[in-house]
Design a binder for this molecule. Structure first.
Ligand SMILES: Nc1ncnc2c1ncn2[C@@H]1O[C@H](COP(=O)(O)OP(=O)(O)O)[C@@H](O)[C@H]1O
Ligand SMILES: [Mg+2]
Length: 587
């Protein structure tokens, strides 16, 4: 019987609320999810049948593996409780359970509700290449038609985007469509953009930012002034008061929202020179401190002044942008409709369409942008008792909304109370496919730390790593604490994120090696592959030992113990060749 940690046990046993488990690689997230599933199926008081569960994984392989793990666990339980018909039935039903990728789930839901759609029931899944060809031809027809129907609009777009040919413009439309269509009900979203331009929201945002920046400058100057008074340097104090007046005047002009005046003001801002140190050069460090602050404020004010034309022209710019945006929105909306019709004519839909169709089955978007669950969503949310999602950091906005809509008492904005997500923002790898790890971050931020009696949606963090030895863990922590910050990885890799050793390893003195290869030796361009292959050969020959039985014993390493990770596939043949040269088989 496995020894679960206290946090893992919480994640396995927490009920009557949604639970989000945020934890690093190898901390047992998937194991916990499977164990929770088994315990819910086999619960003697309140068992849930497998057909009333949705379990979403991100690949077909992961789904197959999960079914396999469940099957093994259920078989074990059936051995212990041979007369338990319930368990045998669940085991038999496992094949049909909704343990699948989000896309298989969507396709099944579409098939179940095909009568509500204009698709034929034998629709097929279009492949990416075919869809790309279709996209190009639909867009070309659309753009050609627009030149005839809306010559003025096309001239305006031409002037802004086209250059000599339509190709860059079409590429941009396809790119925009790819991004924007991942927003649930994106057509309504696009239609709502006009209002944002009318309300001057962009200009106000910019002004707000400027005000904040100037406030920060003002505070910095206060600090400098205090330092000046500490050393009783009257000259510096006068200088800093003058500087402060400059910033305060700018702030008061900004308050009046008079951009022309602001621009005039910035064009004639003049600073006095920093007083020279003179003969009795005292307090050099303090003076330096003050000078540094002053210079940084001057620099900031200068960059605002340099951009002042932007403010004066802002209103005109925004008017032009609105015109461009509404033309682009119109094209994108019409393009998406034409593309969908073209696919319908071929009786084929893509993965993105499947999500979009399911969203339309589950919710309606009113004119004012409010998204409300349909009757079908209400029914399904009652029917499904358990919804579990592995690798939630890789879900996109549409999928996130599908989960909300399907959950008990959920809505387009809120998760209901029967979800169980596991994931790790540090492992989000599908941003290029528009996965949005913010969904995961927001879900954690909107939940409370788990406490047994607090039935609000809760989060649990697991930080013990059961997959790697202490040396590997230390190395991973060392690398990531130095390179991962909120701005580059959405998360600060600090003590809260560190991996902590969870498993014992027999071999306890193996450190991470970094091999620095001097590539200046041009005689062999595949030096890396050669070095790595030689190293593996050496380790095999020396019979370096590896752990077995959860760290209780060891055995000499074998070829299957090695793994080489590469950035891309290009070099695989080179590695295979070098390894095979040394008698190492590659699988
Ligand atoms: N409490 C535990 N004790 C021992 N091993 C564990 C424990 N929890 C998980 N493991 C093992 O750790 C490894 C990683 O687990 P996994 O569930 O795949 O992690 P994750 O999904 O977080 O990457 C697996 O081999 C699993 O069996
Ligand atoms: Mg996992």
């Amino acid at each position: 019987m496995r020894q679960w940690t206290a946090e893992q046990l919480d994640a396995i046993t927490a009920r009557e609320r949604s639970v989000i488990v945020s934890a690093a690689a190898g901390s047992g997230k998937t194991s916990v999810l499977v164990e929770r599933l088994i315990r819910i199926i086999a619960d003697r008081d309140n068992p849930v049948p497998v057909e009333k569960m949705i379990v979403v994984t991100f690949t077909n392989d992961a789904a197959a593996e999960m079914k396999q793990r469940l099957s093994v666990s259920l078989s074990g339980l059936i051995n212990d409780r041979p007369f338990d018909k319930w368990l045998s039935r669940q085991h038999a039903m496992l094949g049909n359970a909704s343990i699948s990728t989000i896309h298989s789930f969507c396709f099944d839901l579409i098939r179940d509700n095909i009568n509500m759609l204009s698709l034929a029931s034998d629709f097929r899944i279009i492949d990416e290449t075919e869809e790309n060809i279709l996209k190009d031809s639909v867009l070309k027809d659309l753009v050609d038609g627009y030149y005839e129907k809306y010559p003025e609009m096309m001239e305006m777009l031409n002037n802004n985007f086209c250059g000599n040919s339509d190709a860059p413009f079409c590429r941009m439309i396809l790119e925009l469509y790819g991004c924007i269509s991942s927003i649930p009900f994106f057509k309504n979203w696009l239609k709502g953009l006009d209002g944002q331009y009318d309300s001057n929201i962009y200009l106000q945002e910019y002004i707000k930012k400027l005000k904040n920046t100037l406030f920060v400058c003002s505070n910095k100057l206060n600090t400098a002034y205090e330092k000046g008074s500490e050393i009783s340097d009257d000259k510096l104090m006068t200088l800093l008061s003058d500087d402060k007046n400059i910033v305060n005047k700018a702030l008061s002009v900004l308050k009046a929202n008079d951009y022309e005046e602001l621009s005039d003001y910035f064009s004639c801002v003049k600073y006095k020179n920093f007083p020279a140190a003179g003969k009795n050069y005292a307090y050099p460090e303090e003076r330096q401190f003050i000078k540094k602050i002053r210079d940084s404020v001057k620099e900031t004010v200068k960059s605002i002044a340099d951009n002042r034309a932007m403010l004066v022209n802002a209103r005109d710019d925004i008017k032009r942008h609105k015109e461009i945006m509404s033309a682009l929105s119109q094209i994108i909306i019409e393009f998406s409709e034409n593309l969908y019709k073209a696919k319908e004519a071929k009786n084929a839909i893509g993965f993105d369409d499947a999500e979009q169709i399911v969203l339309n089955l589950l919710a309606e978007c009113s004119e004012d942008g409010k998204i409300i669950r349909t009757k079908l969503a209400e029914e399904l949310s009652e029917y499904y008792q358990v919804i579990m999602i592995d690798e939630f950091q890789d879900s996109n906005n549409r999928q996130d909304m599908i989960f909300r809509l399907l959950s008990h008492n959920g809505s387009a904005e809120e998760y209901g109370n029967n979800l169980f997500f596991v994931g790790d923002v540090k492992q989000s790898i599908y941003r290029f496919r528009l996965a949005n790890p913010d969904n995961f971050i927001n879900a954690v931020n909107n939940a409370v730390p788990y406490k047994e009696n607090d039935k609000r949606n809760s989060y649990i963090k697991l930080n013990r790593n059961f997959r790697s030895s202490e040396q590997v863990i230390n190395f991973v922590n060392y690398v990531f604490k130095n390179i991962m910050t909120e701005s580059v990885g959405d998360i600060d890799y600090n003590k809260n994120e560190y991996l902590i050793k969870g498993a014992e390893f027999y071999e306890n003195n193996r450190n991470t090696h970094i091999m620095l290869i001097d590539k200046s030796d041009e005689s062999c361009e595949d030096t890396e592959a050669v070095c790595i292959s030689e190293k593996i050969r050496r380790m095999l020959d020396e019979k370096i030992s590896v752990s077995r039985d959860n760290g209780k014993s060891s055995r000499p390493c074998e070829m299957k113990d090695f793994c080489i990770l590469l950035r891309n596939r290009k070099k695989i043949p080179v590695y295979a060749r070098e390894l095979e040269k040394r008698g190492i088989t590659v699988s």
